[in-house]
Every structure is written in structure tokens, then in C-alpha cells.
Design a protein around this ligand. Sequence first.
Ligand code: ASP
Length: 440
Amino acid sequence: MSKVVKFGGSSLADANQFKKVAEIIRADEERCYIVPSAPGKRFKDDTKVTDLLYQCHERVSAGEDFAKAFKPVRERYDEIIKELGLKLSLEDEYVKIGAAFRDGANSDYAASRGEYLNGIVLANYLGYEFVDAAKGIFFDSKGEFDGDITNACLGAILEKKPRAVIPGFYGAMPDGSIKTFSRGGSDFTGSVVAKAAGAKLYENWTDVSGFLVADPRIVDKPAGIEVITYSELRELSYMGAGVLHEDAIFPVRSANIPINIKNTNAPSDPGTLIVPSADDMSAKYLITGIAGKKEFSAISIEKDRMNSENGFMRRLLQVLENHGIFPEHMPTGIDTVSVVVNSHDLDGQREKLTQRIRDVVRPDHFEIIDGLALIAVVGRGMKSKKGTATRVFAALSHADINIRMIDQGSSELNIIVGIDEKDFENAIRVIYDMFILSEE
Ligand code: ASP
């Protein structure tokens, strides 16, 4: 059985990174299908090829000469080809891209050329076949990714090719034009390819050794997460834990294929394994991860006998829906409810919303409280063990942090607390200390 291996932009930023990538691929002959991003940053202030291409598209649209605007892009590829000593010229491809630009190709086409050209270079370097993603990854006429057609077509293509490079980030619309996924979308392509190939594993190679229990900008050298379930990852990603594109888990999750996040610059690190279920794997710590976000607001409503007023919640939620506001959490009391929402969703419509809520639900008291931060403490381990909530609350109370909201998901996979934004960093640190440092 095969493995699908996706390499991010920093893993393929220059010839030296290409060499590391080739070594990784050759070290395991099951690594049959390779999904590259476009070359990323080589150093801190460098520009990713994808961004160079967006800039190039803007400049050509504004009337600048293609050859001049495209120069920074071609220099990146020509340098990689030269330093790898390849007998490959992308000249014909550059000509085709220039012609498409002059014909008014859109910015999705422009951006997709980063992965397309990188795929050609990588395939040539590895001696693998190149499969243009536009031949096997499809969108429907509304521009939504079409999973069924993609799976059938791409599956049929890959069946005939034991080894191939398939560029990330884009596919084709029904009329043959190119469309990209959202930024970072090569992760999604990797997942789609893994499903279509019936792979046993989807390896996602990047520049960090997997997920960390907490944000390293807040906690000093946090422990790594060795194993995490798809559900836990969803909870943590929603709260801002990065590394993988948000949609990337869905294709592989539906096919029960695990993902292994690995580090191209430290290939022997185990990284993080993302699995459908981890019931039989013992977790190192009681919790798997801590993540959080600032800039939430609580719409707080009090009304006597609210609980016996039929349709109260429905009317309230309808008002929010009509204003395009999504309730993140909704802790309730007998005569109170607060709806926690993203503060930015209220921008420009606070007064109208307030008036509408007053008219429709006639509250005794109504208030919007800003400056709320939410922290999610996530872990499959808390389901079978008592005392997780106690420890979260004890940690916060010892640090003199006031808890303004508590929510435990019905899956018992997470505990979410709402606190003042000013306490955010400290709260994450004390929860980390309570669960990770004290267990080490
Ligand atoms: N190159 C694209 C980007 O920078 C897609 C990707 O890297 O996944 O967003």
C-alpha cells in the first residue's frame, strides 16, 4: 500500500530543501504519491512564490510587461533547476503562462502556476511522473470542490501510475479553467490524493515537528502532541491551533486514513499522528492540547420566566441569524442566557441588533460584554477520568483569574472557559503547568 507525501513551501524553498525532500522520499519506497506546494520563504523577509505570482498578475493586469513582472518567479525556478544540476528547461512553460496572462487569465490561474511548475521540477528530479492536478481534481459549476468526481477520476489516473507528483492547491472548473483552494490549500490536495489513492498514510511534511500542546509564543518550549484524534484536532484548530489547513482532515477522515505531521528539517522526529480513534492508545497526559482566541463578546440577556416562554430561544437566534451572527457558545440559566459571538461579527450593526433584540424578545436586561477570551482545554482522556474541570478551575483560581463562562461539549472532549482578555496568556500558562508540568 502507498503513502501520500505532501511537502509545504518551506520544505521546497530552494535546491538544498529539494535535496532533503528527495532523501526523505527515497528512504521509504511506499512514498509513491508526492504533493508539493510552491517554493516558500528561504529566509524571514523572503517572499513566497505564490505571493510573487499574485503580484505578477496584478502588475500585468495594470499594464506592465509580462516578462518583467514574471522575472522574480522564473529566477526562483531557474536557480533551483541549476543548483540541482537538472537537464530541464521550463522555457516552454513560461511562454504558455505569458500567453495565458495576455489572454486575461484570472488570479487563481496565476497563483496555481507556483505548484504546477514546482511539480514539474520535483517530478524531473525524482524521476517520477507528473500529473497535472487540473486533470484529476474538480470543482462544480458553483465553484465547490467536487469530491465524488475527483475521487473517481483521480483514483483511475493513479491506478495506472505507481509513482507520481501531483501539484497542490488547485483543480479545474467544469469549463476547464483553473481554480485554487484557499491559501494553504495544498494540505487539502494531499488529503484528496490520499483518499483517491487508497493510501495507508498521509504524511504532511512541514517545518515544525507536529502540533504542540500549547502555543510556543505563550508557553516556553511546550511539549509536543504525539497522537491526536480527528475530533480533538477539530476542537483545537477551531480555537486557532495552526499547522494544517482547516479542511484538510475531511477527505482522509472519511476514508479512515491517518495523517502524520512531520518535519523536513528533522525527519527522525516522530511528529504528530492524527488518527480516527485513539481508544486503544494510552495518552501521555490527561489533556491533549490547550488553545484559545481573543475578541469574543457575550450578548447577555435577562428576562423573568424566560424558561417558560415558548419559542424564546428560537426568536433570539433568528435575530442573530438575520444579522449574519453565528453563536459560538450559549450558556443558559433559568432567567438568563448569554450568547458568545465573535466581536467582529458585531461591527457596524450593534445599534440595529440591540434594537431588534429589544423589540423581538423584550428582555428585562440586555448588555453586550466585550473583551472576552475563550480557552479550550481538549483531551479524549477526560472522558473516562474525573477531576479535569476541577483542575482547570483550581489553576485559574490560584492565579486569581475570574471565570466568566464555562462550557463543556457533550462529547466530553473539551472544557471551554471564558475569561477577560487581559488574563488570556496567563490562563494558558497556568493550565499548561497544571496538566503537563505536574505530570512530567
Ligand atoms: N502555495 C499556496 C499558498 O501559499 C498553497 C499552499 O502552500 O498550500 O497558500
